[in-house]
Design a protein around this ligand. Structure first.
Ligand code: CMP
Length: 140
């Protein structure tokens, strides 16, 4: 299996509760390396663009409001099978359906305030990484 990169966001519900380190520890324990990381206040324009694919969904406006409600940590994670591995570590979108030991089972507050985002494919990972990081920002 090739070494892959995926894009991750630690969301405002998690930064508010000071969980950045605990979440990063889960990535590292599972063998993913944090090869880029920045704490930012996402703008409305950035959040709208990032979640553009969900623009027609009923939860879109609230999601944009939530993602701009406090700091987030944007990250690039690297490792074998990183996209799928990160999705395993995160657990299901709705914490009620997430497996024991996953980030969302342990930390998420709701389907919206679900602590982390992770890319759903290698193709989207490359696009999402490009929204927030230049090549020189990523040190593998
Ligand atoms: P994320 O992986 O960041 O991708 C889209 C986000 O929309 C999702 O996590 C949730 O935070 C949020 N969301 C809010 N409501 C829903 C819903 N009903 N179904 C799916 N995602 C939702």
């Amino acid at each position: 299996m090739a070494i892959e990169r995926t894009f991750s966001i630690i969301k405002p519900d998690a930064t508010r509760r000071n969980l950045t380190g605990k979440i990063n520890a889960k990535f590292e324990a599972a063998g993913l390396r944090i090869v880029a990381q920045r704490r930012i206040q996402m703008t409305e324009t950035q959040a709208k663009k990032f979640y553009e694919v969900h623009a027609a969904r009923p939860f879109y406006n609230d999601l944009v409001k939530f993602m701009t409600s406090g700091p987030v940590v944007v990250q690039v994670l690297e490792g074998e099978n990183a996209v799928a591995k990160n999705r395993e570590i995160m657990g299901a979108t709705n914490p009620a359906n997430a497996d024991a030991g996953t980030i969302r089972k342990e930390f998420a507050e709701s389907i919206e305030a679900n602590s982390v985002h992770g890319s759903d494919s290698a193709e989207n990972a490359a696009i999402e990484i490009g929204y927030f990081f230049a090549g020189a920002d990523i040190v593998g």
